[in-house]
Design a protein around this ligand. Structure first.
Ligand SMILES: [Fe+2]
Length: 280
């Protein structure tokens, strides 16, 4: 059967992708931000996951105000890198796992999660930057990817509790897929950041690190953080962290942190990155 072996979280800051694409990761400014991913690159090369369920948000690339799915799952055979205004990133086309994606969609919908099924979609930095951070610059991505898009751009985003419960349901779906697959769930976005208004540039390292602390172990405190706390403590874009809770929910009762990295600043955002494994 398919099994979830690990969870990964990371910020998906577009400037990190640009630094990789332009060969600037060794620059003094960027080096400490990227250093925290070296451990994970080596670990991923050993783990060799077959599929990543990659939880991210679209930034007005595939969706706009015409259609705003709260939760959307990509069931296509492939997803092309989106053109976000400067041409598509020079990264490989993302290969999907249509059979597992359709299985997860069926399982979630029959469990009463109203997923939007997407059969054609370009994927933006929210999805491709995490792949670059974990796998570098290969000719072809070494995993198949099931994009799972969450609306955190337009109010109202889903609650942290709903995201955690979605993760739990994804775990049940994966566990009932009758193929021997090593599956990871990644939650992306965050950490604290605000891109506009009088508080632009807000970073709250203390809150961010407390959030990371509570991803480990068996506490379920994070699922009950209200939207207003994300807004107040982490800025208007910190709400992206609810996507980390889909990953956390998918890991089950308890977790152990294998690796953590936190760095400020990268662009106007805090970089957070954690690797976790489920503890039965
Ligand atoms: Fe984002």
């Amino acid at each position: 059967m398919a099994r979830i072996t690990a969870g990964v979280t990371t910020s998906h800051i577009p400037a990190l992708g640009a630094a990789i694409d332009l060969g600037k990761t060794g620059d003094e400014y960027w080096r400490p931000a990227f250093a925290g991913y070296e451990w994970t690159k080596a670990w991923e090369a050993e783990q060799k996951p077959d599929v990543v369920v990659l939880v991210y948000n679209d930034h007005a690339s595939a969706f706009d105000m015409k259609v705003i799915p709260t939760f959307a799952i990509g069931c296509a055979e492939e997803f092309k890198p989106a053109d976000e205004g400067w041409g598509p990133r020079p990264v490989p086309v993302v290969e999907g796992h249509a059979d597992l994606a359709w299985h997860i969609a069926q399982s979630l919908i029959l469990e009463e999660f109203d997923m939007t099924i997407i059969n054609e979609m370009d994927v933006d930095h929210g999805l491709t930057v995490p792949l670059s951070l974990m796998f570098g610059q290969p000719e072809k991505w070494p995993v198949k990817v099931i994009p799972l898009a969450v609306n955190v751009v337009t109010y109202p985003p889903p609650s942290g509790n709903r995201c955690w419960a979605l993760g739990e349901a994804i775990a049940r779906a994966v566990a009932s897929f009758p193929e021997d697959l090593n599956v990871q769930v990644w939650g992306t976005g965050g950490m604290s950041h605000q891109l506009q208004g009088p508080r632009a540039g807000l970073i709250n390292a203390e809150w961010d690190n407390s959030f990371i602390d509570r991803l480990e172990g068996d506490t379920q405190e994070l699922r009950h953080i209200p939207h207003i706390e994300y807004l107040r403590e982490t800025g208007s874009e910190g709400i992206e962290m609810v996507m980390w809770l889909v990953m956390r929910g998918a890991l089950g009762r308890a977790t152990r942190i294998l690796h953590r990295h936190y760095h400020v600043p990268a662009s106007n955002t805090a970089v957070g990155h954690v690797v976790l494994e489920p503890v039965p």
